[in-house]
Design a protein around this ligand. Structure first.
Ligand code: PMT
Length: 370
């Protein structure tokens, strides 16, 4: 049996993975845009941050009808990008297509639908024979919108923000690798801020169905002589059901892990790498974030819990005590998915499970992002 990505050395996993997929169609265009962006900001000696944001999809078919996705809306990435811009960084925003974007996030999607911020003014004299008034921003939103608009226009006019979209996990990987290499000339002025929720499991191309997975048995003459044996296809157990329908069993492989390659190869010498760690079990968060830092020897892991991620995070950095950052109670945004009562729980429960959280990792341990 071929070794899994987890059993390979990082460089071997890289070559096997990237040889299996054709590069995304948009990659050459994105690379050209990124090169020009980097050149401009190197000349100005400006710091450049690559912010990754949003979730990745995992297609189930090559001609994709269905895919697996995750919860990430891109709030963390889009909001952080605005702060970086305010601090004078140029931002490459590698984001899931249609997820939240810096600045426009204030007036987009169903939670902040831009139409709710607008009104139609009464028709003026000049248009007396028409009932068409000018479209205006409602008075109570003028100040906030002017502020956002100014910042957005500043970023655009000064070429500080480059928006590059991805959709699938494979597209994300290709884009991350290329952008990191293109950022080489930035040297120590480069920062990688990996807020994207990248899928941990995927279906290798060699085991993926080409066409839409059928939910019922096809007559024999429609069944293709696939080069991939039926038992090899990830939909494996097509258990017969009474009404001639099928059960779909999905068998996913772990996504190869490239943080080692980013830290030790792709990213410029002297650059800074910040990764994130998301957990749902409060007792695991600090342990998992510390483990990630030890394993990859990068600069900072920002830990967050799904239920409290809008209100608290923990910073784990080398040779420093962990640092909790919390939004004061009075300034906490409302969140449908969040559980405010759980703020503080991960700090209280750290180390409750498992061994001493400071134990050294075994050299030959799994090469995950964990
Ligand atoms: O978008 P929001 O709704 O605001 O949510 C924000 C967030 C919760 C998604 C974000 O704050 C966050 O925690 N992102 C990382 C989620 C995570 O735990 O990822 P991970 O454990 O699978 O990966 C660890 C790190 O490596 C992450 O920084 C990830 O972006 C990066 N990674 C992982 C795998 C991979 N193949 N490539 C990567 O770059």
């Amino acid at each position: 049996m071929a070794p899994s990505f987890g059993e390979m050395e990082p460089a071997e996993a890289e070559s096997v993975y990237f040889n299996e997929y054709p590069p995304p169609k948009a990659l050459p265009k994105h690379e050209a845009l990124a090169r020009a962006f980097v050149e401009l900001h190197v000349e100005d000696k400006r710091r450049v941050v690559l912010v990754t944001s949003g979730g990745t999809t995992v297609p189930l078919e090559t001609q994709t009808v269905r895919f697996i996705d995750n919860f990430s809306a891109g709030t963390r990435g889009a909001t952080s990008a605005e702060y970086f811009l305010e601090q004078g960084y140029a931002v490459i925003f590698l984001h899931r297509q249609y997820s939240l974007l810096p600045y426009s996030r204030h007036y987009s999607h169903s939670t902040n639908c831009f139409l709710d911020f607008m009104d139609e003014a009464p028709p003026t004299d000049a248009s007396a024979d028409s009932d068409h008034g000018r479209i205006v921003v409602r008075s109570e939103y003028q100040d906030a919108m002017r502020d956002v608009l100014r910042k957005y226009r500043y970023a655009k006019q000064h070429n500080r923000l480059l928006l590059l979209p991805f959709t699938t996990v494979a597209e994300y990987m290709f884009e991350l690798r290329s952008l990191a290499k293109i950022m080489q000339p930035i040297g120590a002025n480069a920062l990688f801020y990996l807020a994207a929720a990248v899928s941990d499991f995927f279906i290798p191309r060699s085991r993926m169905a080409e066409h839409k997975i059928q939910s019922s048995e096809l007559p024999a003459h429609f069944q293709k002589d696939n080069s991939v044996g039926a038992e090899e296809i990830y939909t494996g157990e097509n258990e017969e059901k009474p009404a001639n329908s099928k059960k779909l069993v999905i068998n996913l492989d772990p996504v190869p892990k490239f943080l080692h390659r980013l830290v030790d190869g792709w990213a410029p010498e002297g650059s800074m790498v910040v990764s994130f760690k998301l957990e749902t079990d409060p007792s695991l968060l600090v342990y998992k974030a510390q483990t990630a830092l030890q394993r990859y020897s990068h600069h900072l892991v920002i830990g967050n819990l799904l239920s409290t991620r809008k209100w608290e995070v923990v910073f784990i950095s080398p040779d420093q005590p962990e640092r909790w950052i919390r939004v004061p109670k009075s300034r906490r945004s409302k969140s449908i998915s969040g559980v405010e009562d759980q703020v503080g729980l991960a700090e209280a429960m750290k180390g409750e499970k498992g061994p001493d959280t400071q134990t050294d990792l075994e050299e030959d341990g799994p090469k995950g992002w964990d």
